[in-house]
Each structure stands twice: as structure tokens, then as C-alpha cells.
Design a protein around this ligand. Sequence first.
Ligand SMILES: [Zn+2]
Length: 507
Amino acid sequence: MPGHARTPPSAGGRRDCGVRCPTPDAFDPGVQCPTSASLNPDVQCLAPAPLDPGARCPTSAHLDHGVHRPFSAPLNPGAHRRSPAHLDHGAHRPFSAPLDPGARRPTQAHLNPSAHRPSSAPLGRAAILGPMTTVDHLRQVRLGNLRTVLLALVDRPGSRADLAARTGLTKATLSNLAEPLLANGILVEDAATLAGMGRPSKPLRFHPDGPVAVGAEINVSHLAVESLGLDGETIHRRLVPTDIRTSSPNKILDQIADLIREITTQRPMLGVGLAVPGVVQDGVLVRAPNLPKLVGVPLAENLSKRLNLDVELENEANLAALAHLWPRHLAGEDFVHVSADVGIGAGVVLNGEVYRGTGGFAGELGHVVIERNGVPCTCGSRGCVERYAGLDVILKEAGRRRLDSLAKALEKGDPKAVDAVEAAGAALGVGLATLMNLFDVPTVVLGGSYAVLHAHLKAAVQSEMDIRVLAGERRLVASPLGEFAVVRGAAGLITRRAVLQPERLFA
Ligand SMILES: [Zn+2]
């Protein structure tokens, strides 16, 4: 748990984390300081960066007058939403994006306790709306506690007593928080079970008929959809191979909408995450060398109209990386996920957050130059990694048309196929070494088609990284999510936001 000194519980069951408590004693003692929840080792700490104990814990987002923690920010600030109620504040600003002067971040400027007083924030929301009232404050405390409970339930179901122990909240607070979640069909209480000598416990878990999110993917060579519950369980999914390069945007959206309808049930829908192979800025696809006709098209808005659902657009590589981060940490909190289709996509995860860069261009590993005067690239440069390690290049060099055919050739030890994959692995390793020297991440996850080729790709990639990465040996693993990583991440984008901003579950 980065950045939080753990101290013994103080009198009355509270814990003193050394962080300025947002819940003064004057308030109802039954209201647990949500900041203290972050001290519980079972609670996923929401602080992405080590903080000085004197600084305010960013978990206490409720003090920020609506400016949510970066952790809770969706990847894309410009998603299309149906209702103005969802267009609130800077909650959708990614951690890496510039913040407005009123927004808070764990910088030196906020180490001064006085800086946390709403009245001292000259340009923040408090200056516009006035000081936060006690009612506002308690509401935000409650939302913070709800988030803590939901995060614990994403980890695993539990009785009220178990959840209280895992979150640091009191059992009374737990019961109070569970009530609306049960009443709204978000949670369900299982039959009482006898465990040990105590009273029978009734485990709480996400309702099997509760809200779901859908992930959808527009890929050059396929369309895919997946529905995901708040507990992280896949409900339905489908992938349809198809070359969409000659299809119109409307036809593509019609096809995606039909696929989503096919997997939609009567369960409440939280929204749709839509993945595209290109750079997304403010909810708009601004660069897609392999699908140029989709650039500038209001994809999220047009799909939203077809389905009457909220739709959020994001880059596929970032979503594939997110799928390894939420709802389960499959590769730690610092890693690079890299996959290949026609191009190469990489999602860089730092401190448990997908790093997008200022304009969404971060992770363009495919256009890292490994040969200054090398093969011309679609980006206008030369010698880019994807000109040597992209899937279309590998297939061409191997004399194969499809990935499954290439995989079979590799199984048989076809020398041409083996040489093509090893050459691609070496080029990829050189590019990855540059990226790892820049970001110092310990793990590379090979996903998508690279996961299929992993056994034959790994040695060449690892060899180049071992030579070139200054930090020494780095871990290279195959993604366990296969071809559904992107849609799982797209759906996870929506379920994660619902858990971290629980007010959305009651909208
Ligand atoms: Zn390039």
C-alpha cells in the first residue's frame, strides 16, 4: 500500500493514518473516516503515488468538492453521455491530463494543510459554488464508504463482519451502506451460513441479475462484444471475424449495435465501452492509419443513439492494458501490454493507472524507430517497429495469410515461419527495450496475436531486452485473456467507473 503509514487503531475503533481527517469529531461518530479505509491491507489503496503523511490522502475524494481522484477517472474525458447529469466536473480527467487550477493533485502545493481548506482554493469549484455544507460533506463521506465496500466486494463476497474487517468500517456503517445496495438489486444477501462458533453470517455479493456493462471492439479484422458484471464475471461474449476496411462507418456501427443487442439481457445496463484501433482524444478518434474513414466520425454518439445507452470511446491498446488491471490485477501495477494486428498497440500502466499522455498518444510503440533509415512507415517516418514486427509483416514474411495458419506452421517447425517470428521478436525486443528504459516497468505482457505466438516469439524478445534494458532482467509473460482482452477492458472501463463513482449506480 503505497504512501500510507499504518498505525494501530485509535480509541473508538478509528485509525489514525496521520492524514488530515476529513470527518471531524463533531460529526456523527458512526461515520467512519474513509481515509482510514486505505490503511486496511485488504483494501486496494487508491493512492497512486507515495504521499507525505502530512498530505491529504487522495482517497478522500469527498473533500474535493466533486473533483474525483485520478484513480476513478475514466480513460477518456470526452465520452458521449445521454444525460447532462453525467457531465459533471473534472471527474473524467485522466491522471496524466493537465488539471485545472482548482483541481487537486498530490503536489507540494497541497502539502500545506491550509491548502485543503475550500476557502483557500481561489479558483476551485468551492470558489464558484461556495463552501461545502455539512450535508454535502456527509454525502461525500458516504459515497467514499460505498466505494470502499464495493471495491472489497469486487475482490470477493463477504459477510458484513468480514467486510467490516476488510474495510475498517464499523458493522453498523456496513449495514447502513448495504441497505440501498440490496434494495436496488445491486447486491444480494445469500442464505445464512454457520461458520465457527459465532452467529450465522449472510454473505453479501453482487446480484446475479444486477447491472452489467458491455464492451465492444471495432477492429480491422473483427468485431467483438462482451458483457461483464460488476463482480468481473463475463456473461456473454462473441467475436466475428470480418474485414471492415471497405465498410462504411454506418454499416460498422449497425453491425456492432446488432451484436450488442444479441448479448443484451433484461439486466440493467451501465453503458458501453467502445474500443477502436487509433488515437482517441476527447471522445473522438483522431488518428487511425488502418481505418481512416472512421477518423472524426462521432462514433460514440452515433452508437449511443442506436442503443439508447451511454457510450464511451477509447483506444484498444489502453483498454487491453486495463483488462489486466481491472477487476483483477493480472500483471501487477506497473507493466506494458503490447499486442499486434496490422499495427502494434501498447498500453503503459504506471502505478495502477493506464498512462495516456497529454493527448492520448502515449504507448505508440509501433512507431518507435529502431532503424533510422529503415523501411518507410504509414506514419511518415522510417524504420518504425511495426514495419518489422507488425502482424501483417510477420504473415508476409512467413508466407501465410492468417494467424491460425501461421500458428500451425510454427507447431510443425516450418523454418520460414520460425524465422519470420524470430525476426519480428528481435525487432519488438529492441523497441520494448527503449520503452522500458524510459518507464522502468518490470513486466511486459504479450497480448493478442503476440500471445498466440508467445512460445516462438519470447526468446528473441527476451534476448534483445536482456542486452538493452539498463535495469536488467525484466519479466515477459503471455496474456491470459486471449483475443477478448480488448472487449473485456472496454466493459471494465464502465464497471470500474461505476464502482469508483457509486453515485452512478443510483442514477
Ligand atoms: Zn511509424
